[in-house]
Design a protein around this ligand. Structure first.
Ligand code: DAH
Length: 341
């Protein structure tokens, strides 16, 4: 092997080293066990003794030169590779994501239930709930709804495949559950789903009610009127006219239905209020003694008032929606309009 040839090869090959892998191959070629430098050393024995020392020195110099090159090139390449890696893996945390996850919004009925709840909490009420599959006696008998009452008609009630149970037709059985499990004073509301065999633009087979119940030693009809008026004016955010009409419910005596001045036409008469200028929004009354007694409450000592309202109707009136079905179709074009609630 010829020293000059190896030197030239070194000068040529070092220009070709572009990556760490190239450099490793290069090292093998020159400094490997069977590499060119080893081969040069093997030549030593063929060199005349007087030139041998000089030749050896030159090979050593070449080897050092190669080693220096490898060391420097290695550092240079490592630095370069790191830079490239940093460049390609750079993350700009301030850039917006390329798939923006769609953000949901509160359902208008949830928003209205929350709003109603907040108003009553502000008046000292707490929240109770009950099951949607309810005992028939809690839903009817204990609320003084006799067996032959039209509300029990198969037209109205969804019965379930278990004797004595049904899908509750109103939230009033939560009154019963509360009175059975708690001692007066009681001051609760009970929001939740209810079910009836009804289906048209203003009725859905499943809808929402909020029940209210106050039982203590001195509550009276006038207190009830005040609470309901206060609630309605807070909810509709105006001093909306409120009217109480005598009515009938089996579980209250006396009973009243509560109307507000039509929020759509402001009392002038429109399709929604059927030209009357008034909208019926609540049922209420003093809890019937039969109901208190059925729940083990001493009627000599305690009295109560109760009320019930349809959440869907409140939401429809507040937001001018004329079809209850919109609440249950979950069309995002509808729901998005309530995104700020
Ligand atoms: N439960 C009645 C209904 O679903 C609403 C109602 C009326 C509830 C008067 C009451 C009440 O608590 O006192 O139509």
């Amino acid at each position: 092997m010829d020293l000059v040839k190896v030197k030239n090869l070194f000068l040529e090959e070092k220009e070709r080293v572009k990556t760490l892998k190239d450099l490793e191959n290069f090292r093998q070629t020159f400094l490997g066990k069977k590499g060119l430098v080893s081969q040069l050393f093997k030549e030593l024995k063929n060199i005349p003794p007087e030139k041998r020392k000089e030749f050896g020195r030159e090979i050593n110099l070449l080897r050092e030169e190669i080693e220096t090159f490898i060391r420097q090139k290695s550092e240079e390449l490592k630095k370069l590779e790191l830079e490239q890696k940093l460049k390609s893996e750079r993350i700009d945390l301030t850039l917006p994501g390329d798939t923006v996850l769609p953000v949901g919004s509160k359902h208008p009925l949830s928003a209205v239930i929350e709003e109603i709840t907040e108003i009553f909490k502000g008046m000292g009420f707490t929240v109770e709930t009950g099951p949607e599959i309810e005992r028939e006696d809690y839903n009817f008998d204990m609320l003084n709804i006799p067996k032959e009452h039209p509300a029990r008609d198969m037209q109205d009630t969804f019965y379930v495949n278990r004797k004595g149970y049904l899908l509750r037709t109103h939230t009033s059985p939560v009154q019963v559950r509360t009175m059975l499990s708690k001692k007066p004073p009681i001051q609760i509301i009970a929001p939740g789903r209810v079910y009836r065999r009804d289906d048209d633009p203003t009725h859905s087979p499943m809808f929402f009610q909020v029940e209210g119940l106050v039982v203590n030693e001195k509550v009276n009809f006038a207190n009830m009127l005040w609470v309901l008026r206060e609630f309605l004016q807070k909810f509709f955010e105006t001093p909306v006219p409120v009217r109480f009409r005598p009515s009938y419910f089996p579980f209250t005596e006396p009973s009243t239905e509560v109307d507000i001045g039509c929020v759509i036409c402001e009392g002038r008469g429109c399709r929604v209020c059927k030209g009357t200028g008034w909208l019926e929004v609540l049922g209420a009354g003093m809890v019937h003694p039969n109901v208190l007694e059925a729940c083990g409450i001493d009627t000599e000592k305690y009295r109560g008032f109760a009320f019930g309202l349809g959440v869907d109707r409140f939401a429809m009136l507040k937001y001018g929606i004329d079809n209850i079905k919109l609440f249950y179709e979950n069309d995002v074009r509808f729901l998005k309009q309530f995104a700020s609630l």
